[in-house]
Every structure is written in C-alpha cells, then in structure tokens.
Design a binder for this molecule. Structure first.
Ligand SMILES: Cc1cc2nc3c(=O)[nH]c(=O)nc-3n(C[C@H](O)[C@H](O)[C@H](O)COP(=O)(O)OP(=O)(O)OC[C@H]3O[C@@H](n4cnc5c(N)ncnc54)[C@H](O)[C@@H]3O)c2cc1C
Length: 383
C-alpha cells in the first residue's frame, strides 16, 4: 500500500504548526533564507484550528516575536494586560507592566503565525496527520495518509499529546503532566477586567490541595469581549490525591460564573523539568513536547522561544554533520529560556509542595507584597 503514495525527501520535517513549530521554521528562515525550501511543516488540522488555551503571551513571547521581525501590536485582536493580580485568600500582589502580557484568542494567533510562514514561502501542509514515525540510523521516515517523508532531522512540535514525545517514554518514567479545565464565555465590554486591563490568578485553592490556581483573563473572540477562566493543577507532587478541579472551580468566589455557561473543557500540559529528555539522534523536541512552564502552565512564550534555540541547534548540526543533538540540552540551559524555565520549575517545586500549608502561603504573599513595592515595572516594549 505504502509504495503507492508519494515519497518526499527533506532536510527538516516539523510535526505541528502551533507556536513551537512555526517559530522553529520562522527562526530557521531568518537565520538563512535558503532554509525555506529545506523544511516542511505537517499539521493535522487546518488553521484557524480550535485550541483550548488562555492565550496569554508574556514578555518572553512578545520579545521573541520582535526578534522575528514582527511589529507590536500584532494586527489581530488582543487585550493588553497591564496589571496581573496574584491573590491568595484575599491578599493580592499586583505585577504591573505596559503591557505585562497580551491576551490573544489562540486560533487567531496561530492562524496569523501560520499565514506569516506561508507568505514567507515556508511549506506548511495542513490536514496532514502524522500516523507513524520510523527512526533509522541515517534518516527518519514519517508516514501520513498522503505521503511518506524521509527526513534528516525531525522536529517534535506536536504538543503535549504528540507522537514524538513517546519516543522518550522509556527513559522518562514520570512524565510531568499538568491538568487544566477551561471555560470561555461572552462578557459585557464594561467588565472591570477590560476597563482595568487586568488578568487574575487566584491561588486560594492551594489550601484545598490544588497545586495550581484559578485564572480569569479578558479576551476578544471575533472582536467580541469574553472572559476566559479555568483551573490549573500542575501535579508537581504527583504522589498526592487528585483534587476535583470542576468542584474547586465551582466553589471559588467567581463573579463571572454563569450557570448557563458552556461546558468545561479539559486538556493536559506536558511540563518542563531539568530531568526531561529534549533530544535524541536526529529528533529534537520543542514547545509542549519538550515541556511548558510548570509554575503557571505557560507554554506559548516558551514554545516561541524554544524555536529560536532549536533553529540554531539545527543549523549547527547541518554544518558539522553531527545529528546527535547532544548540545541541545546545553544550548537550552545557556539560553534565557532555559533559565526562565528552570526558575519556574524550582519555584513550582517549593510553592506547590508547601502551598497546602496556610502559614507558608500567607507568609509568601506577605513577602511578595512587600517585595513588589521595590520592583519598578519593566520598560515599555518597543513597537
Ligand atoms: C486550558 C489551557 C490554557 C492555557 N493557557 C495558556 C496561556 O494563557 N498562556 C500560555 O502561554 N500557555 C497556555 N497554555 C499552554 C499552551 O496552550 C501550550 O503550551 C502551547 O499551545 C504549546 O504550543 P506548541 O506549539 O508546543 O503545541 P500546540 O499549540 O499544542 O501545537 C501542536 C500542533 O501539533 C499538531 N499535531 C499534533 N499531533 C500531530 C500529528 N500527529 N500530525 C500532525 N500534526 C499534529 C496539533 O494539531 C497542533 O496544531 C494553556 C493550555 C491549556 C490546556
């Protein structure tokens, strides 16, 4: 059967056109325009595709977009958040910045990035799902219903539930999988969150054994104001009973709760740990496949930033003809992204292991409020 489908050879094949896959391709193209014809992206869906996500992009992501030559604000609807409110049992730490994060509707953001890649001549084949991967010593073979691809290097940008991460399972006995539940509901445009340009993270559920928080984001869906809210459970300490997330969300003091709101949707997030495996011979992981920030479950900005580190590593591999990718871990560790994820991982270990103790969380918020007063907001982002 397979012999009847076309066989296509390429230097680099990227599975997934989320922020990680698209950023890797755009960075490769930026490093050397000849890469445009040396890579292919395969995407099982077609943009704009549905994607469960809060859509918050922090400065790490915005700076990565600037580094790719995009101008801010991007020409798609977004809410600029200037005040992040981190609260615990009524105590609130405000983190200010102009903007601190931009909130996008994820299908819009990914569609925009995909269009940019296509306009730059990058081959992105949509509605083409990868069904099977065979790793040989000299090549990787990737099978879809439409074709068989032979590639020198495979990039796993296929997210938390992807195929590529499975190659690392035997050596990674405890994959770090966080849980989320999300609701997206219409809201009046005079909602205080829009007026005050505020996003909220409420960590009160720490005291109910949740290793995470409840979020509320103002967002625009087809230009219409909506509130995106949900609950995040990092499972940093996997040896504790699973809290009932839907119940915790229902119990929370939530001014946006609406009995007529649409159903809750859940999705896992594969989290970063310094013990994760990021690469093997000819295969390199980016974005959620490699690991998102375990503290907030933040994955968009890291996914964009993984693309920059991956692109440099790929170019160097082709220059030296060494496809072991042994340097990728070190390249990540030396990058701003590596330090960012490591700090978030370390903080998650402390906060989510000790957060169940009320004295710990209350002290943390008291110290945080005090420290917050000493840190000036970050400089404005260049346009
Ligand atoms: C409820 C929820 C809320 C979140 N909120 C935020 C937030 O506010 N801010 C933030 O920074 N992060 C957030 N995240 C995390 C964020 O969504 C992810 O970290 C981010 O999407 C990772 O990007 P990625 O490119 O690695 O993977 P993805 O965006 O998941 O993209 C992977 C792509 O691969 C494709 N694919 C998968 N398998 C195949 C296959 N076999 N063949 C071809 N294509 C394939 C998929 O269709 C998809 O397009 C949230 C996550 C959840 C679940």
């Amino acid at each position: 059967m397979r012999s009847s489908i076309p066989e296509i050879s390429t230097d680099v094949l990227i599975i997934g056109s989320g922020p990680a896959g698209l950023s890797t391709a755009l960075h490769l193209k930026r490093l050397d325009p000849t890469w445009t014809k040396r890579m292919i992206i395969l995407e099982k869906e077609s943009h704009p595709r549905p994607k469960l996500c809060g859509g918050g992009v922090t400065r790490l992501g915005l700076n990565t977009l600037l580094g790719l030559g995009f101008r801010l604000p991007l020409p798609i609807p977004a809410v600029a958040v200037n005040d992040i409110a981190l609260s615990y049992q009524g105590k609130t730490i405000h983190v200010k910045g102009d903007p601190q994060i931009m909130i996008f509707y994820r299908p819009h953001l990914d569609h925009f990035l995909a269009q940019q890649a296509l306009q730059q001549g990058i081959r992105l084949f949509e509605n083409e799902k990868v069904n099977q991967i065979i790793i040989d010593q000299n090549e990787i073979h990737v099978f879809t219903a439409q074709a068989c691809y032979h590639t020198q290097v495979l990039i796993g940008a296929d997210g938390s539930n992807g195929l590529t991460r499975r190659f690392f399972r035997p050596s990674q006995s405890h994959p770090r999988i966080a849980r989320t539940l999300e609701i997206l509901q219409p809201s009046p445009d005079n909602d205080l969150m829009f007026i005050q340009q505020r996003a909220e993270f409420d960590f009160t559920s720490l005291s109910q054994h949740n290793q995470g928080y409840i979020w509320h984001f103002p967002t625009l869906v087809e230009e219409q104001p909506h509130i995106n809210y949900g609950i995040y459970d990092s499972r940093t300490n996997p040896h504790t009973p699973l809290p009932h997330l839907a119940e915790l969300l229902k119990q929370a003091n939530n001014p946006h709760a609406n009995p007529d709101s649409p159903q809750l949707h859940g999705y896992p997030i594969h989290c970063f740990s310094p013990f994760n495996k990021f690469a093997m011979e000819r295969l390199l992981l980016v974005g959620d496949a490699a690991g998102a920030d375990p503290l907030f479950g933040e994955g968009i900005a890291p996914a964009l930033a993984y693309g920059a580190v991956a692109a440099k590593t790929i170019v160097s591999a082709f220059q030296t003809q060494d496809f072991s990718f042994r340097t990728y871990r070190q390249n990540l560790a030396n990058s701003y992204l590596g330090r960012y994820l490591l700090i978030r991982w370390f903080t998650a270990q402390i906060v989510y292991r000790l957060g169940k103790f009320n004295w710990f969380s209350r002290t943390l918020w008291t110290i945080g409020k005090g420290l917050g007063a000493f840190f000036p907001p970050p400089p404005h982002l260049p346009k």
